[in-house]
Design a protein around this ligand. Sequence first.
Ligand code: SAM
Length: 283
Amino acid sequence: MKISNKRDLKSVLESEGFSFKKSLGQNFLIDDTVCPRMAEAVSGENVGVLEIGPGAGVLTAQLSRACKKVVSVELDTRLKPVLEQTLSGCDNVKIIWNDILKVDLKTVLAEEFGDCDTINICANLPYYITSPVIMMLLESNLPINKIAVMVQKEAADRLCAEVGSRDAGAVTVAVNYYATAKTLFGVPRSSFLPPPNVDSAVIELTLRDKPPIEVKDEKHFFRLVKACFAQRRKILLNTVCNTMGISKDDFRSVLNKAGISETVRGETLTMEQLAAISNALCK
Ligand code: SAM
């Protein structure tokens, strides 16, 4: 069933008495050109795809055509009758009615994609949980290859920024630790029903086999990263020492040994410099 244009989608939703919930980030795609491009980014022979938030199933149907199997996790059970209509005939799709942040993904992936060679993730993410979902997917050590997700344009700029550049934040460092990130294409707000207040972009995160830097203690590294970006425009020596409970003299000597200026600001540090500081403090 075709629902990728506004009239058809509206008619299906109205036939089931469905009304959008802003609190669940429900902005559904009504642009024919977007879903095929998203599906193409994750598709392939023998690929299984986990989708987050199928909504009315417009991307799900496209993924169903392009991949071996699709498992979609949706929180809003009011969408059951809608998806029954829109996904009829998509026999390789399974819907799990749950909160993506509460699902045991390791078990789900093992049980559902045992016969697939590769597992990818694809979603038009509900924007209120963009960062927690992306960090959960990256940190959980899941057997996934690639994540292609739609996020707000500003979030895309931050997630795909170069570490050390003005657009970077603590989340940029975290993403870079686990994956390589790039923006695939922009999507205007007019591509959604109802249109959100911001434009969007589809980003692709390809999981690394191992992190690009060697870190002695990951927990310490990420605590330092958070402290560095908490007051990003201030001099590191004045901000990090308090947060991390380090004396200024000790921190000065760490910076000097790593060849980093004492007046450096957190936002300008590279992955290697952050790792050098964390490793020196961890001794
Ligand atoms: N994929 C559809 C599309 O592109 O038209 C819908 C995308 S809409 C931006 C986000 C979807 O995520 C909604 O269907 C919403 O109900 C669902 N959702 C919101 N919070 C969720 C959560 N915690 N777990 C799973 N799904 C969630």
